[in-house]
Design a protein around this ligand. Structure first.
Ligand code: 2HG
Ligand code: ZN
Length: 459
């Protein structure tokens, strides 16, 4: 492998002075958002065009140096930081957004465009973007494609994969693929956007995406319902999904998480009393959906209390109880994040049992549970465990697999769950993953230490 100064010189030949080598300036690129995953690198390189990205990839290939593509660095599985000394390729310098095509309902965004910017552009053109998540101001299109980000609207509009009509991307060879025409029907072979969604930077560096927009539904109502048990909250979410055609989101949080959010943010509690489980539902339509939401709420069993919001300000306040969980939990130290899905029939029992599973492995650990209940997706957060102590992770993920769930719902595998991929994927599937990886990245330079087990991705 080339020495540090040869790497920096070579990268400078591609992008000029957009190579960061100062340790202080590199710090925000080498540590993940949670603080659990801390790496080091010789350089952070910030290309401004797809041609420059291709130049960086080719340079790294020639030098035999691995690279980690990075977007907004909001990932939660250690998949975007240089844990093995990789060069960091930040896409933050690629922030162009095309005008919205109002006829097709589409927009093309470069990889560094934030989710909030896509949402804003869509709204100003009378459309909406179908994906939303709490880190919208920092999360970028490239990162969302790479992780196949989900968020709070999946039950209505699907995940990122369902929005991506085309991509521009640089393979591990330095070859550029560009297919951004946005045709809805295009049955001309392998669906590379689908393949790159969720590939975590291991197959290609995505530099732009053609995104499908959805019709704007400006009238919104949010309700938080309180329950005595998780079982009641899950049953209610099923009823909402079945009966409320305007349902946009169905989210779960529990009493300990709400207490923490209120103490960290200073928000007042939503109810005079404390209840064990809460379901947040949002309905969205062209006309006021409050009546339909109230009607379904009236038929839900076990509702102990309800808070309703129609105005934007109060709606945002109710959402904050759910969305602020991530930042509130981080104040307790770097958490272990176990984003999992369960079959809906096993979800309530899983949520009830998992704190005991965690305690049996680590007496000092605390478990925080919340998530996108409409998708069967629970975010198991565990605090009070050393960053490199993976016993809790193993216990939780084995329990998920035994219940027929997936070890990653929407955050990806990254470095954090790599050793457990076999719980969700067969040897044959992992072998096929490795074959695809070697075909598109023959020298194994694109994010080689995430997702695939060590052997599977090897040249
Ligand atoms: C969310 O749903 C994000 O808020 C983050 O996926 C989840 O912090 C987490 O575990
Ligand atoms: Zn989530």
């Amino acid at each position: 492998m080339a020495d540090t100064s040869a790497i920096i010189d070579r990268l400078r030949r591609v992008v000029g002075d957009r190579v960061i080598v100062d340790t202080d300036r590199m710090a925000s690129y080498t540590t993940d958002w949670t603080g659990r995953f801390r790496g080091t690198t010789v350089a952070v390189v910030r290309p401004g065009t797809t041609a420059e990205v291709a130049g960086v990839v080719r340079a790294c290939r020639e030098l035999g140096v691995a690279l980690v593509p990075q977007g907004g660095n909001t990932g939660l599985v250690g998949g975007g930081v240089p844990l093995h000394g990789e060069v960091v390729l930040t896409l933050q310098g690629m922030r162009s957004l095309s005008p919205v095509d109002g006829t097709a309902g589409q927009v093309t965004a470069e990889a560094g465009v934030t989710l909030a910017a896509v949402q804003q552009a869509a709204r100003s053109a009378g459309w909406e973007y179908g994906v939303d998540l709490a880190s919208r101001d920092s999360a970028t299109v490239g990162g969302m494609v790479a992780t196949n980000a989900g968020g709070t609207r999946v039950l209505r509009h699907g995940d990122t994969r369902a929005q991506v009509l085309g991509v521009e991307a640089v393979l591990g060879t330095g070859a550029v693929l560009s297919h951004l025409g946005g045709l809805i029907k295009d049955n001309t072979g392998y669906h590379l956007p689908g393949l790159f969604c969720g590939s975590e930077g291991t197959l290609a560096v995505v530099t732009a995406a053609r995104l499908r927009l959805v019709p704007a539904l400006p009238e919104r109502t949010v309700a938080v319902l309180a329950f005595a048990t998780v079982t009641d909250a899950v049953a209610a979410s099923v009823l909402f999904r079945r009966s409320l055609t305007t349902l946009d989101a169905a989210e779960l949080f529990l009493a300990p998480g709400l207490d923490l959010v209120c103490s960290v943010t200073g928000l007042p509690a939503p109810f005079d009393r404390r209840y064990p489980a809460y379901l947040l539902v949002e309905a969205a339509d062209r006309s006021d959906p409050t009546g339909a939401l109230a009607e379904v709420t009236g038929s839900v069993g076990g509702v102990l209390d309800v808070a309703v919001a129609t105005g934007a300000h109060r709606r945002a306040e109710l959402w904050r109880y759910r969305e602020a969980h991530t930042e509130a939990i981080n104040t307790l130290g770097p958490p272990h994040k176990l984003d999992v899905t369960l079959p809906l029939g096993s979800l309530a029992a899983f949520i009830d049992d998992i704190p005991g599973t965690v305690r049996s492995v680590s007496a000092s650990a605390r478990t925080w549970l919340f998530g996108h209940i409409g998708d069967g997706n629970v975010h198991v957060n565990v605090t009070g465990v050393a960053p490199d102590d993976e016993r809790v992770d193993g216990a939780v993920l084995h329990r998920v697999a035994a219940a027929g769930g997936s070890i990653s719902a929407e955050h990806g595998i990254g470095a954090a769950k790599r050793r457990w991929l076999t719980l969700s994927r067969s040897a044959e599937e992992i072998h096929a993953f490795g074959a695809v990886k070697r075909a598109l990245d023959p020298d194994g330079i694109l994010n080689p230490h995430v997702l695939l087990p060590e052997q599977a991705g090897a040249r």
